[in-house]
Write a new protein. Sequence first.
Length: 261
Amino acid sequence: MNHAVAVFSPNAVLNKNAVRALVAVQIAIVLVHWIFSPFVLLPKPSEVLSAFSELWEQGLGAELITSFYLNLQAIAVSTVVSLLLAYATVMPFFRPVVALLSKLRFLSLVGLTFFFTLMARSGHELKLSLLVFSVSVFFVTGMADVINGVPKEMFDLARTLRMGEWRVVWEVIVLGQIDKVFDVLRQNAAMGWMMLTMVEGIVRSEGGVGTVLLDQNHHFRLAAVFAIQLTILMLGLLQDYGIGLSKKLLCPYAELTLERK
């Protein structure tokens, strides 16, 4: 089938070169629309590049490192906490607790920040706790759904092999669903970048790219705002790629039955 036709055909599978060409064409279309956009307030690519150069000379690189390190910390802590809570749902005692925690994802941090401030011993700890809370309530919800969705046949198979219940948990829930952990992590890790501006705006002592973004937005420097947003997007894509690569290396079997791989 011709690739030009295949891209509009349902469930069509393209080779990697065709996918790369398709992505390149779509990016080019977006850039052309951006360059010739009729919106006066929308900064042009040349203005964004110029603003990025100025921000980099003013120390944007160091601010990015600060924010990236904070986000990695939050992802690591929230992953451990969320997995422990989700795995605990194999015991009936913890199921209502985890269900309640999952409902907290509907809460806004406005007002709750005061309680986190009372518990935190430093500005860094406050930012980290806010990010961990923001990511964990979604992470634990996703993992609890993964565990609840494990087919009964997998448990029955493990029991027919004369495994004890804790061995069943280890083989079926922990090891058997490890590839799903990476999927849930990829879905929720971006939450940290979304919340970064807010938490770094609350605690400005350590700096960070969120602080720079708030300052530029306050002075209505749209080119600089776009430059920072695109930089955060690139870092987020790099992070997402790293998680996906880790899944491929540690769980290569996960893609064996997928149609589009």
